[in-house]
Every structure is written in C-alpha cells, then in structure tokens.
Design a protein around this ligand. Structure first.
Ligand SMILES: [Zn+2]
Length: 177
C-alpha cells in the first residue's frame, strides 16, 4: 500500500475495524510516519451491465461515480456524499443477486439518489439520461420538484432549486392554478 504523502511502499496497520461495507484500516507510513486510511471492500462475483443496444460490459464503480460527479459539478454538496451515493447504488445492485442488470436500472437508482441529494444535479442527470422530449417535459419535471408531490418530495436539508420567496410563501406555494 503506497503512502499518499511520500510514495513509500511499506506501512504498518495501527488500527483495523469492520465497516458496513468492508474493513477500514488505519495505517502509518514506515518512511515518513504519515497516517492514512485504507478500505478493504468485498467484491462479489462480477456483475454485468446490459446496455440499451444489448451489449454487455462489466459493472464499473468508477464509471458510475464519474456520472454522478458530472451531474453534481460545482454543487455545494458535502464531501463524501457523492462517493457514498455511488457505494449505496453499488451495494443495492449487488444485493439484487443477479448476474446482470440493465443500464436503465442503474440510471433509475442514480436519479432516485440525486433527487434526494440535490435537485439541480438531479435535473442535470435526468436531462441527459432521460433525454426530455422538449422543454415542456423538462419544465414539468422541474415544476413537480418545486411544487412538491407529497411531503417527501423535498427533504428538509435539500438545497432549494430556486430562491425561495419570503413568507407568507408557504401558503402561496400550496396554491395551485
Ligand atoms: Zn510516507
């Protein structure tokens, strides 16, 4: 395990504990003494993704994370939240216990995750992934997010998509055309 600070190849484990998705090891570099953490992840039998055109490719977590990162670019999201979303989706996929999943299934999971995380990122991802037919379809999706369908549409810690009007906005927002 290479030290991220000096590149030395030898380190000793100073702490080891199991996390929900693997084992976490606290290490100390034997050269510069820096401390860093490594994660040992359980990798189940390989999972294949069936793409729209029917081709199959092995599931790639980095690819998933890159897609999420792209959608969340420059959004004020907490450190680690994107990585966590990718891990959650990966875990969910493997828990299905199937040898292959469709790229659509993965896209749906990403959409659901982003919807809870950040509405702007969600719309960005959805506009590429779902290829909204036209601007009206896109507007409908945004309206649904802004007006909320049911109370679960916007978690309390969700960043607002648009600046919120001042009080007594709450009553006005419920007002439907
Ligand atoms: Zn070092």
């Amino acid at each position: 395990m290479q030290c991220p600070y000096c590149g030395h190849h030898d380190s000793k484990v100073i702490d080891s504990r199991s996390a929900s998705d693997g084992i976490r090891r606290r290490r100390q570099c034997l050269s510069c003494g820096s401390r860093f953490t490594t994660y040992e992840r359980v990798q189940p039998a390989s999972l294949f993704v069936v793409k729209k055109d029917g081709r199959r490719e092995e599931f790639n977590r980095d690819k998933l994370l890159n897609g999420i990162r792209k959608a969340c670019e420059k959004r004020p999201l907490p450190t680690g939240s994107l990585d966590k979303l990718a891990s959650d989706i990966e875990a969910e996929l493997y828990q299905l216990g199937k040898a292959e999943v469709s790229s659509r299934d993965i896209g749906d999971l990403v959409m659901a995750g982003l919807k809870n995380l950040d509405h702007v990122a969600y719309i960005r991802f959805a506009s590429v992934y779902r290829k909204f037919a036209d601007i009206t379809a896109l507007k409908q999706e945004i309206d649904t997010l802004v007006n909320g369908v049911g109370e679960t549409a916007r978690p309390a810690d969700q960043l607002p998509l648009f600046p919120q009007p001042r009080a007594p906005a709450r009553r006005q927002r419920r007002h439907r055309r």
